[in-house]
Design a protein around this ligand. Structure first.
Ligand SMILES: C[S@@+](CC[C@H](N)C(=O)[O-])C[C@H]1O[C@@H](n2cnc3c(N)ncnc32)[C@H](O)[C@@H]1O
Length: 264
């Protein structure tokens, strides 16, 4: 915990807002998306979906895919407690919605559905996108799928699989428009260095010039910080933005390699 506080203080010292950002691409992103203060009607849908989960007192047996753990423990957990303690915060879900709305990615992949709070943000940001979300715990995924479909109908493909199995065994040539390419990947599960670097290897062949990747919890552990530094060094990666909770990665060849640290 102390480590995270120290890291956050370092982040605050280093970080900036739009001032001092000379890249027009990043300046526009910060001013028109990160700091967009409009009250989108979809924010109410995000809020209501969370409320429904927070009111659900049923319990489910979960399979714990803990970061770095090879032993999955079974646990009975109340859905409302799961919604309270894990998953994207209300503020981040609005930002995720705005990111999708801003870039309009046609094929979106989420690694780590949990109860689907972030999945809803990904869907609402661009309803025409095809969203695929992958979750290892079947019972958790079933709740996410049931609740999503009750509120929004179809639009998201829910996949019960370990991330590695899904990434190794899936032929991405079915993806619409940009065949074989994910335009946005949200990495939100199994925050270990080894696993994250494996996912990166698997997914690098699926990027285009327009792809963005969002990594959650880049400063949560020393390991994840190292992973983030390694991602930044990749030759395919050009612009990156560290928002403390998230690391956002772009592959735009027209940009010079540059790393930004921005408060959101
Ligand atoms: C932090 S939660 C995701 C939160 C969700 N994206 C949200 O914001 O509401 C991470 C999820 O990833 C799943 N997970 C972790 N490691 C996994 C793995 N190796 N394969 C499949 N699922 C995994 C966990 O079961 C957990 O539900």
């Amino acid at each position: 915990m102390l480590q995270v506080v120290k890291t956050y203080l370092k982040f605050l010292l280093k970080s900036t807002n739009q001032h001092g950002v000379h890249s027009p691409f990043v300046f526009e992103l910060v001013t028109k998306c990160f700091y967009d203060k409009k009250k989108y009607t979809e924010y109410n849908l995000l809020k209501n979906h969370r409320k429904k989960l927070l009111e659900n007192k049923q319990s489910i047996e979960i399979t714990d895919f803990g970061a770095g753990s090879k032993i999955f423990k079974s646990n009975l957990r109340a859905i409302n407690k799961m919604a309270e303690n894990s998953g994207i915060s209300p503020k981040r879900s609005r930002l995720l919605f705005r990111l999708v709305k801003y870039f309009k990615p046609s094929n979106i992949l989420e690694l780590g559905t949990h109860l689907g709070l972030s999945t809803v943000a990904l869907h609402l940001g661009h309803a025409d996108a095809s969203v695929v979300t992958v979750e290892g715990c079947e019972n958790t995924l079933n709740v996410a799928k049931h609740e999503f479909e009750a509120s929004f109908g179809k639009g998201v493909t829910f996949i019960n699989s370990d991330f590695d199995t899904y990434l190794k065994n899936t032929d991405f040539s079915y993806l619409k428009e940009n065949k074989n390419h994910w335009n946005l990947v949200y990495f939100d599960g199994n925050h270990s260095k080894e696993a994250t670097e494996r996912y990166v290897e698997h997914l690098l062949p699926t990027v285009t010039n327009q792809t963005l990747w969002v990594f959650d919890d880049i400063h949560w552990t020393k390991e994840m910080e190292e992973t983030w530094e390694n991602i930044k060094k990749r030759p395919e990666v050009t612009v990156t933005i560290d928002t403390f909770q998230w690391g956002i990665v772009f592959f735009r060849k027209e940009q010079v390699k540059e790393h930004f640290t921005i408060r959101v």
